[in-house]
Design a protein around this ligand. Sequence first.
Ligand SMILES: Cc1cc2nc3c(=O)[nH]c(=O)nc-3n(C[C@H](O)[C@H](O)[C@H](O)COP(=O)(O)OP(=O)(O)OC[C@H]3O[C@@H](n4cnc5c(N)ncnc54)[C@H](O)[C@@H]3O)c2cc1C
Length: 210
Amino acid sequence: MYEWIIIGGGIHGCTIGNYLIKYEKTTIQNLIIIDPHQEPMEKWRAYTDKIGMEYLRSPSVHHIDVPVFSLQNFRNPTDYTAFYGQYKRPSLQLFNEHCEKVLQQAQLKKCWKQGRVIRVYRDLDKWIVQTDDGQSFITKNLVLSVSVNEKLHIPEWAKESSNDVKHIFSEKLLRLSELTPSIVEVVIASLLKLYCWLQDSTQIFQMNHG
Ligand SMILES: Cc1cc2nc3c(=O)[nH]c(=O)nc-3n(C[C@H](O)[C@H](O)[C@H](O)COP(=O)(O)OP(=O)(O)OC[C@H]3O[C@@H](n4cnc5c(N)ncnc54)[C@H](O)[C@@H]3O)c2cc1C
């Protein structure tokens, strides 16, 4: 029996795992993280790589470690390529390197169990967790950290033109930079349309109001 099982090894699952180990709430032998991917945070890496993101949209105090300035202290903050703007948004490369270091220090990869959880149920004071390869795991404490990042949802209005609508979660979309027309062309075309619409609206307004 384990003390802790974390289902989902993304950013949140790894943050909780690191906290549990770092603050000696449990040991490596008493914790497993169950996730279908080979490595921690694979979804995060895949999606952020897809959009070619250089800097995170979140500030430097958002990271997977416990001390609030862990990421800022990881690299010299005067390194202008490491952080961006007044909120010190970290570069994706720096953020990922920091995650790697935190995962190594906590030895979280030793707790990694590749698989997909298909059933969870309570049996008296324990949780039983079943994976798609037929294994069962028993634990005292259970963390669900599965997010919605696998749930591709195309809204109704977009379904008719589904050939043109690409979802970031779709396996079919490899990288935004490979889109045709390119995302820049789409933005420019939209701005031109908006500009024409504004000009027409201004003319109609002037006609109606002398
Ligand atoms: C392109 C993009 C850019 C982003 N940029 C930022 C940013 O700059 N700053 C920011 O704060 N946030 C950003 N986000 C949001 C951020 O990625 C999410 O908030 C974060 O990844 C959620 O972490 P998570 O651990 O909850 O989920 P995930 O990273 O999705 O991890 C959940 C894990 O659970 C696994 N799982 C699901 N079901 C099961 C199951 N049944 N059994 C076992 N495992 C399962 C999944 O496979 C996955 O590995 C961005 C998101 C995207 C898509």
